[in-house]
Structure formats: C-alpha cells, structure tokens
Design a protein around this ligand. Structure first.
Ligand SMILES: Nc1ncnc2c1ncn2[C@@H]1O[C@H](COP(=O)(O)OP(=O)(O)OP(=O)(O)O)[C@@H](O)[C@H]1O
Ligand SMILES: [Mg+2]
Length: 285
C-alpha cells in the first residue's frame, strides 16, 4: 500500500466526498502508458480508447463487470491479440517511455511483461520444475548439453525451489503439477513468469479457483512481488481482495475506463460496485 500514499496524484472530489481519483502520476514513475487502446471484434467494441498509466512498483487492480474489457486489455498488453487502434509505451533502459509494438507474447516478454492467464497454461502431467522452465529448459554444461542437448534437471530443480521460496511457497520440484492444490499451481505459474525477471507481472483472476487459505497466500505473494520491486497488474472479481492489496483501482465499464481510485482506505466495496454498474460516475456529486 506504499505507493498510493506517497504518490503525487491529483486529488479530485468525486461521487462520495472522500474518494480520490488518481489519474495523474509523475512521468518518471510511469512504467507503462496505454494511449487510446481500442479493440473491436467485428461490431463489438471490447475496449473503447483507454488511456491508462501503470506506475512503477505499484499494485494496480482492474475491476469491472463481465464483458467490461478487462481480459481484452490484458491480452493487448500481453501481445496475444492485436489492437484495433492505440499505442503502448514502456519505460526503457534510459528511463524514457518508448513506444513498443506488442505483436506477440515474445514482444511483451522482451518489454519486461509476463502474464499469468486465468487458465495458467500449466502442463498438469509434468512436474513442477518442468512447468517453471517450460520452453526455456537449460542444457547441461559441456558436450552432454551441447551435443546431446541433455537438459540440466539438477539446475531446474534447484532454481524452481528458489523461485517458489521467493514467493513464499515450499513445493517439491519433482511433484506432478496436477496433484497440487489450486493455490500451489498458481504459485508454479507465477514462478514461471518470474524466471525472466520481468518488470510487470500480470495476474488474471489468480484466486478464482483457489481455497480461502490459498487465496490469502496468493495475496501475500502479490505483496511479496511488490516488495521485490515488481509492478503488478491484478484482475479479479473479488472486491475484498482488491481492497486488501491494490494501491490503485482502475474501473472499466463497457469498454471504457470509468475512473482510477487511490485505495487509500476511503474506498469501499459499494463504491466499486456503484462505479462498475454505472450507478456512480466521476461527475456525480
Ligand atoms: N474473441 C472475441 N470475439 C468477439 N467478442 C469478444 C471476444 N473476446 C471478447 N469479446 C467481447 O468483448 C467484450 C469484452 O470482453 P472481455 O473478455 O475483455 O471482458 P472481461 O471484462 O474480461 O469480462 P469477464 O469478467 O467476463 O472475464 C465482451 O463484450 C466480450 O463479449
Ligand atoms: Mg475476463
């Protein structure tokens, strides 16, 4: 919750007196800027010209009713679908925002963006280490690696344990992934996302199929990602979770960004639902 408190955001009184919108953030704190992001599916406008900035090291939640455009935004930012219109800018090595073309998942990864999709795309019959390193398996040193292309299992096991420990989970790297609890599987998917040391980790409904205990561990994990310097974009239907971990909350409705709120203790579940359903708009007083 650090960033919401110390950001220099414009504070505007909105619908209920105490809610503060957080639209303006300092340029140097911006990790990613989306300008006029738009996605049409035939005649359906899934996203209608969204302008949003993701602040470095914040936990930003995106909420909205079914069909509001949350997954569409994440898919655009992950490079898995092309935008109809609009641009993404990502902070480069020189600290300046640079326009990036996110035409594929590899492009997004190159830009420091890793996504854990709702289905997690885990291979359930493979073990934990295989999933953490899926598609990026390290080879053994020397001729067995170079010539025989033998995979360095020992390294994978060690690194998987380390990566999972870093996010607060103790899981046997040789366990079959499908045998793990929902929360543990989510941790494996996050550990995989962290292997490339991304700047931004996107989580789409990470607690949807997880027990209450498991959900708390995922929320702890999100906080630990922030503590380790990452920026987190978190999509969920669970308002209590949003209010628990988010620094800022972006509300989408029918493909539009309604507002972004600072989660400073003055926002409650009813406010979020009112914005999501259109009962409250930023112009209301
Ligand atoms: N592949 C597609 N083809 C056609 N329309 C689509 C496609 N994907 C999404 N849409 C439409 O775009 C709109 C936004 O969908 P999106 O999946 O982004 O919503 P969401 O906020 O993620 O909703 P949910 O909470 O149900 O996951 C919806 O009207 C949806 O029906
Ligand atoms: Mg969705």
């Amino acid at each position: 919750m650090s960033k919401a408190e110390d950001s220099d955001s414009d504070e505007t009184v909105t619908g209920s007196d105490s809610i503060s919108t957080a639209r303006t953030i300092n340029n140097e704190d911006v990790l990613i800027r989306a300008n006029d992001m738009t996605k049409h599916y035939g005649g359906i406008v899934a996203l209608d010209g969204i302008d949003i900035e993701i602040q470095e090291n914040e936990i930003l939640s995106i909420v909205g009713d079914n069909g509001a455009g949350k997954s569409t935004f994440i898919k655009l930012l992950s490079g898995v679908i092309p935008a109809t219109r609009g641009d993404f800018f990502v902070k480069g090595g020189n600290g300046e925002l640079e326009k990036v073309i996110l035409g594929s998942a590899a492009d997004a990864q190159d830009a420091g963006i890793e996504t854990v999709f709702q289905d997690m795309s885990l291979s359930k019959q493979h073990d934990v280490a295989a999933n953490v390193f899926m598609g990026r398996e390290p080879l053994e040193d020397g001729p067995t690696g170079k010539l025989l292309r033998r995979i360095n299992r020992e390294y994978m096991n060690e690194k998987s344990v380390e990566a999972l420990e870093e996010i607060g989970f103790e899981i046997d790297p040789t366990a079959t992934t499908g045998d793990l609890s929902g929360g543990q599987q989510q941790a494996v998917a996050v550990a995989r996302a962290l292997i490339s040391d991304p700047d931004l980790v996107i989580l789409d409904e990470p607690t949807a199929e997880v027990s209450v205990d498991g959900s708390q561990k995922i929320l702890d994990l999100i906080n630990s990602l922030q503590e380790s310097g990452k920026t987190v974009l978190f999509v969920t239907h669970n308002m209590e979770e949003v209010l628990d971990v988010a620094d800022r909350i972006a509300i989408l409705r029918q493909g539009n960004l309604v507002t972004i709120l600072d989660n400073d203790g003055n926002v409650d579940r009813e406010d979020l639902v009112a914005y999501m359903t259109g009962a409250l708009t930023p112009d209301d007083h």
